[in-house]
Design a protein around this ligand. Structure first.
Ligand code: SDX
Length: 435
């Protein structure tokens, strides 16, 4: 076997085939087994894609053993310290950080595209007041495809770029409208004079209405900073479940807004972006520090469905660098709001207890990005049902960066996995009266 290839020998036929080992800029060697079906007449079996690279990408790199996360080569710690969310969104989509003029133009374009079509407001009336905001988000974002379909030429890079910017711009407006609908308050229109995070907080919490701007509402700078940080930390994470869903949907040539709606649906599950909401519910269920051992025992018990939400990760087997940054921010935000959050104290105690436990040590289970994000959102007065919506706002730039990358590559095939069939062999129908 040569140094940069991998040989596979079929034991029954004795046929040996060599497959090239590809080396990316960073990360593990990856064997290109695309020809295995033709060469050996077999498929590979990898449910959950635990060892499968589904695409080539230039956007995000993770070293799960070392706790490294890079967007376009920049460490997440540096981006979190020096950038605003729109700078990061621009970086993810374009490959380079913007200069001052580019950032100003991009921010202005986002602000100008933040309004939604007036008819879109009617969609919200179709939802019950107690509909989950994620349900509204999936529906309303999907419906954008009905508003911006005719003018879209997916083969034109400028059309695709506009589509991506439009989505990033409208997501906070739709997200805030979902919240306002759920509490029966009038929608607040986006304002051109406010930045991305400030605008979102204003649309969520000011007493404004379509005809009135609340002169008494102003966004707390520490809260704005915390929101900006959370959006950056959640912006992209290479081929996670929702991004892979966006890519798979997009590979069929589907409308991009429908692709993002598919990503939102995938994000919603508690094993993925829904974990931040589930963490808060779990902390409330545990209730007090003295009950931690009982719940740790339940999390370890295979007969009990209870798992520690916000713990574990498919890729990080040391620590999630985003969780480290978020934990520190929790202290700052809580100090700023002058309040002690018993759930934060409980989360800290739970983390300490779990990290000393042999079960979690052996399986390399650490707090992930969403273990502490809910505590910050709580301090920003964002209700629990909105936590995953917040994740979706942030991840929109990542989803679109991947969609743009995929659409720009003419060699992208439609996503079409194979299967290991275990159903009945071919058989004949027995007439109904003889069954
Ligand atoms: C996100 O992929 C991404 O990049 C996602 C994300 C992103 O930015 O896009 O980072 C965002 O989705 C964060 C993850 C949020 N989910 C949770 O916090 C839910 C709780 N965690 C898990 O359900 C789980 O850890 C996953 C889904 C995150 C990872 O699952 P894997 O990689 O398939 O691991 P596994 O389920 O095979 O677990 C391995 C072992 C098992 O035990 P054994 O069978 O080996 O005995 O660890 C155990 C699991 O039972 N285990 C847990 C556990 N997570 C895994 N046991 C108790 N509590 C847990 N949370």
């Amino acid at each position: 076997m040569s140094k940069d290839s991998l040989s596979i020998r079929h034991n029954r036929t004795g046929k040996t085939v060599e497959y090239p080992l590809l080396q990316g800029t960073l990360g593990k060697e990856t064997v290109d087994i695309r020809a295995i079906h033709k060469d050996l007449d077999c498929f590979t079996y990898d449910p959950g894609f635990t060892a499968t690279a589904s695409c080539k990408s230039h956007i995000t790199f993770i070293d799960g053993d070392k706790g490294v996360l890079l967007y376009r080569g920049y460490p997440i710690e540096q981006l979190a310290e020096h950038c605003n969310y729109l700078e990061v969104a621009y970086l993810l989509m374009n490959g380079e950080l913007p200069n001052a003029t580019q950032l100003q133009d991009f921010s202005l374009e986002v602000a100008h595209r933040s309004m939604v079509h007036e008819s879109l407001r009617n969609f919200f009336d179709g939802f019950s007041y107690d509909a989950h905001p994620m349900a509204m988000l999936v529906g309303v974002v999907g419906s954008l495809s009905a508003f911006y379909h005719s003018e879209l030429n997916m083969k034109d890079p400028e059309h695709r770029r506009v589509c991506a910017v439009r989505m990033i711009a409208k997501m906070p407006t739709i997200a805030a409208a979902s919240y306002r609908h759920s509490v029966g308050k009038p929608f607040v229109y986006p304002r051109l004079d406010l930045g991305y995070c400030e605008n979102f907080l204003n649309m969520m919490f000011s007493r404004s209405s379509p005809n009135y701007i609340d002169p008494n509402y102003s966004v707390d700078p520490i809260e704005k900073k915390a929101l900006n940080l959370l959006l950056i930390l959640h912006a992209d994470h290479e081929q996670n479940a929702s991004t892979s869903t966006v890519r798979l949907t997009g590979s069929t040539g589907a409308n991009p807004y429908a692709c993002i709606a598919a990503g939102i649906a995938a994000l919603w599950g508690p094993a993925h972006g829904g974990a931040n909401e589930a963490v808060l519910r779990m902390l409330k269920q545990i209730g007090s520090v003295d009950r931690i051992p009982e719940f740790i025992a339940r999390a370890k018990d295979k007969d009990d469905p209870f798992r520690l939400m916000g713990f574990g990760h498919r890729v990080y087997k040391n620590f999630d660098p985003r969780a480290t940054i978020i934990r520190q921010t929790c202290y700052e935000v809580l100090e700023n709001s002058n309040r002690q959050d018993p759930l934060f104290e409980l989360a800290l105690a739970l983390e300490e207890y779990a990290l000393k436990d042999e079960y979690f040590i052996e399986r390399k289970l650490y707090p992930n990005v969403d273990f502490y994000s809910g505590v910050i959102y709580r301090a920003l007065n964002i209700p629990e049902e909105m936590f995953t919506v917040m994740f979706a706002i942030a991840r929109t730039s990542g989803w679109l960066a991947h969609w743009l990358e995929m659409m720009a590559d003419p060699s992208t095939p439609i996503g079409r996995p194979r299967q290991l069939y275990l159903g009945p062999e071919q058989r004949n129908i027995i007439p109904i009266d003889a069954r």
